[in-house]
Design a protein around this ligand. Structure first.
Ligand SMILES: [Ca+2]
Length: 366
């Protein structure tokens, strides 16, 4: 005899299966009184299917489940180098990647007894993905992630690299703490995972991508991802190797660009691989949760000693169909809040207050 809880899960699963197979809902909201902050798109209140039960969905994307959200604004693009530079100029903020590593903080996220690395390894820096410089002679040794001292948002590939010709590209090498500091300065916040996925799925229901189910509909690329043989050769068939200027690809039905590809985007939520299963099994009434904010403590089996991991969404220019296809709307990744990487950025959201004039970004903020 199934337990009441398992019956509830079964009933939810049937309901969600129906929701996932339904045609995309018409999304519209007549609101002539709304004033959109500059560079932000309005996502109206609604209920949507979060996660996925499709064959390509990884275990941490399951089960698909209904979530109800209030309306909110979301940045049309990822935060750019130009925007982040204004924040740094106004506040003097020094990013995590520009500060020496505090070994005690790092050790707390590692298995007990992990020996301290040499002092030179604790100098400021960040993780950079290296693509073999000569595509005619690629070797696996030349490709991959490595710690680069001196790499930061100002120097994305390390000393000698710069962003002067990339001011309209997404800022990278920002930790979750850097992203949250920027959001607070701008009078915004980081999106919850549900807000992010709602924006990505807008008008598409359970389809895989923000534009539909075909990765390259009609042979036209819709996102900056990887073409070629990962991780050795990126042909740049979509027009870009590395980051692309924000807004280089068409926005989705909500008017939001680059939710898929370009750079991974931090969210406010802590990461648990089983977050959705726990959410569904603990729903007291079977009703969709409203404005969920994620688990109170992270749990990533890949980093069992790091409990403050945060969810990232959207995939990046490094994502390839054969490897991770993480540019799907339901895909999830996580990192510790002090992590910066060359394919990781963010965008912000803003909630609507009763007096909408109080929610506008401060003067000078993007
Ligand atoms: Ca690309």
């Amino acid at each position: 005899m199934p337990s009441p809880v398992s019956l509830l899960i079964l009933a939810l699963g049937l309901a969600l299966g129906q929701a996932a197979s339904d045609p995309p809902p018409a999304e519209s909201e007549a609101d002539s009184t709304r004033t959109d902050p500059p560079g932000m798109a309005w996502i109206p209140p609604g209920t949507f299917t979060m996660g996925s039960d499709r064959p390509e969905a990884r275990p941490d994307e399951r089960p698909a489940h209904l979530v109800r959200l209030d309306g909110f604004w979301i940045d049309v693009t990822e935060v750019t180098n130009a925007q982040f530079a204004r924040f740094v100029e106004a506040t003097g903020h020094r990013t995590t990647a520009e500060r020496p590593i505090v070994w005690a903080e790092l050790a707390a996220q590692l298995p007990p007894g992990t020996p301290a690395p040499p002092e030179e390894s604790l100098q400021p820096g960040s993780m950079v993905f290296r693509v073999p410089p000569d595509p005619e002679d690629p070797t696996r040794e030349a490709a991959g992630w490595r710690w680069v001292p001196g790499a930061s948002w100002r120097h994305p590939e390390g000393p000698g690299s710069h962003i002067e010709d990339r001011m309209d590209h997404p800022v990278v090498h920002v930790s979750w703490e850097d992203a949250a500091a920027y959001a607070a300065w701008a009078g915004k916040s980081l999106p919850t995972e549900a807000q992010w996925e709602r924006a990505a799925r807008f008008g598409q229901g359970g389809r895989r991508f923000p534009w539909g189910d075909d990765l390259v509909p009609g042979g036209v690329h819709q996102a900056n991802i990887w073409q070629g043989r990962f991780p050795l050769v990126d042909t740049g068939a979509d027009g870009f190797t590395g980051t692309a200027p924000v807004g280089s690809f068409p926005p989705n039905a909500a008017g939001v660009a680059d939710l898929s590809g370009n750079v991974w985007e931090w969210t406010a939520d802590r990461y648990r691989a089983d977050a959705y299963a726990r959410r569904v099994s603990t729903s007291p009434t079977g009703q969709p949760p409203t404005n969920p904010t994620g688990p109170t403590e992270g749990l990533d089996p890949r980093m069992p000693h790091a409990t403050r991991t945060h969810v990232q969404k959207g995939g990046s220019f490094l994502c390839h169909a054969s490897y991770c296809s993480s540019y799907r709307s339901s895909a999830r990744m996580s990192s510790t809040p002090d992590s910066g990487m060359s394919h990781l950025g963010f965008r912000c959201v803003m909630v609507r207050e009763p007096d909408s004039s109080s929610t506008m970004a401060p003067s000078g903020a993007p």
